[in-house]
Design a protein around this ligand. Structure first.
Ligand SMILES: [Zn+2]
Length: 275
């Protein structure tokens, strides 16, 4: 009787000892999983840090072809309105995660513009400058003979070549290019989802509403989002090294200095998009 009680007591003790061991094992496993997760998340950052060496003024000003740049990849038609668009690989991976999360919430994100290099931006800018593309229904070459006034009008929504965040491979326009689309219905639902969740995937909105927080720069763009872990580095590079005199090589470039394009437009972004 005595012996069996001791046996039962030992069994109970062993059993009770087993219990705390189980959560300890779980903890050890979850710690290992966390380490693995940390390794996974730190690896791309390490790559980004390495690639920062390639962030030069030539890169910042879009003087390269994304089709042959090793850090860029094509965007699958599943995520875009057409083929032949490019993004940085790191920004693209983040976008795909955001796209999946949005889809799970019934929100469809579609990239309608991504990387545009200097030459592409020059085509857009000069078409507006010389009047072959109308701005607010007007031929600016005829209605705005003053170069600074004409440049400022184009700058409401379009960047001078060399000063666009779309050069960087980090910035995308989503779904539509009109403010009205994002004010109601499907567009509003998308905008509200992005406002609530984009930051979880590293995306910020550089062209927030103009006001005391953002007194200068482009008009508000609810469609333009930026992969901040990389674009933050590029914004900092612009702040320290990009000069108005480097914004050149297109019609109307002579106005960049008097307008202060780098300070007011390149750096005229929301606080969440600066480091
Ligand atoms: Zn844009």
């Amino acid at each position: 009787m005595h012996n069996s009680m001791i046996f039962m007591a030992i069994t109970a003790l062993l059993l009770s000892n087993c219990r705390p061991q189980s959560p300890q094992t779980d903890l050890a496993l979850s710690a290992a999983a966390e380490t693995a997760a940390l390794t996974e998340t730190t690896a791309p950052e390490a790559e980004t840090t390495t690639r920062q060496d390639s962030f030069t003024i030539a890169y910042l000003t879009g003087q390269f072809d994304p089709a042959s740049h090793p850090d860029f990849t094509t965007i699958d038609i599943k995520y875009a309105d057409r083929t032949g668009q490019y993004l940085r690989r790191d920004a693209y991976e983040a976008f795909k995660k955001m796209h999946a999360a949005a889809a799970a919430d019934g929100v469809t994100l579609r990239i309608i513009s991504a990387t545009r290099n200097f030459n592409r931006q020059k085509e857009i800018w000069e078409a507006k400058w010389n009047g072959s593309r109308l701005v607010d229904g007007k031929n600016l070459a005829e209605t705005m003979p003053d170069p600074v006034q004409r440049a400022l009008k184009i700058l409401e929504y379009s960047s001078m070549p060399g000063s666009s965040r779309h050069h960087w491979g980090t910035d995308i326009d989503i779904n539509a290019l009109t403010d009205g689309y994002f004010r109601q219905g499907e567009g509003l639902k998308i905008f509200e989802w992005l406002t609530a969740h984009a930051h979880e995937y590293g995306f910020c909105r550089p062209y927030s509403a103009k006001g005391p927080e953002r007194p200068n720069g482009y008009f508000e763009e609810k469609w333009h989002w930026s992969y901040q872990p990389v674009s933050g580095q590029l914004t900092e590079l612009a702040r320290t090294q990009l000069k108005d005199s480097m914004i050149r090589g297109f019609a109307g470039a002579e106005t960049a200095g008097s307008i202060g394009v780098v300070q007011k437009y390149v750096l005229g972004v929301s606080k969440e998009c600066t480091r």
